[in-house]
Design a protein around this ligand. Structure first.
Ligand code: FES
Length: 259
């Protein structure tokens, strides 16, 4: 169930250049049952800025009533959010959207998790869930450069982890698709979150496999009311039928929507 709650900041850390890890405490963590969902955060207590910011959930800790998000501070709203200190409150609406279907991979199978930049965080909760179920996980994470790499050690504890950076300053130089090919990675199910060109490349390369993609779409309301996030569906040649990333997604089966 979607809830709206004033959550308390437990910690806020800059873990890479302009990349922040924010942990909040609140009862709505008990509604978070699927990895890959997101929350909508109101970044100021006044009317400015008016819109909420959609941020994916990176870690769910129900025992301590806490959940963690990782986001990039890149505009006025997220900069305001990054200034929140422990003890302050944040207005949270969530959890929103449909996340990654963990049951699509068998317990004796291998899942490949591919993340790009700020699409990496939701894969962390997903990976933990899969490992709990006995699934073998392999991570391939792509970043621009070494100074924005985060959670490499955390992912490495869960399974084999490869990093690609565009400039070659960490891991191998190039894109996630180069790593998958060069390492000859074999898998049964692919889960991915990141920029659209990366998702498109994965969809094209692995069209014969089970692939689930989480879209990073520009959002407004987050609850299916404003149509800011619509995408066309893949099976409708007329182009009239559409899905909303916020409420039908953000996770879709490859081919379900046109990227
Ligand atoms: Fe408003 Fe999706 S963000 S309908």
């Amino acid at each position: 169930m979607i809830k709206n709650e004033l959550c308390t900041v437990i910690s806020q850390k800059e873990i890479a250049n302009k990349i922040y890890e924010l942990t909040l405490k609140g009862e709505l963590v008990h509604e978070m049952n699927v990895p890959g969902q997101f929350v909508h955060l109101k970044v100021s207590n006044g009317f400015d800025p008016l819109l909420r910011r959609p941020i994916s959930i990176a870690n769910i800790n129900k025992d301590q009533n806490q959940f963690t998000m990782i986001y990039r501070s890149e505009g006025y709203g997220t900069r305001l959010l990054s200034e929140k200190k422990a003890g302050e409150t944040v207005d949270v609406l969530g959890p929103l959207g449909n996340g990654f279907p963990v049951e699509e991979v068998g317990t004796d199978e291998t899942a490949l998790l591919v993340g790009g930049g700020i699409g990496v965080p939701p894969l962390y909760e997903l990976s933990q869930r899969l490992v709990e179920r006995g699934v073998k996980v392999i991570h391939v994470l792509g970043f621009q450069s070494e100074n924005v790499v985060f959670y490499y050690d955390a992912f490495s504890k869960l399974g084999e982890t490869y990093v690609a950076t565009v400039d070659g300053t960490f891991g191998s130089k190039g894109f996630v698709t180069n790593v998958i090919e060069d390492q000859g990675i074999e898998f049964d199910v692919l889960y991915s979150c990141g920029p659209t060109p990366m998702l498109k490349a994965l969809e094209n390369t692995f069209s014969h496999k089970k692939v689930f993609l989480s879209l990073e779409e520009r959002m407004g309301c987050g609850i299916g009311a404003c149509f800011a996030c619509v995408c066309h569906t893949g099976d409708d040649p007329t182009g009239h039928s559409y899905k909303k990333v916020c409420s039908d997604g953000p996770v879709f089966r490859a081919g379900e929507v046109v990227l």
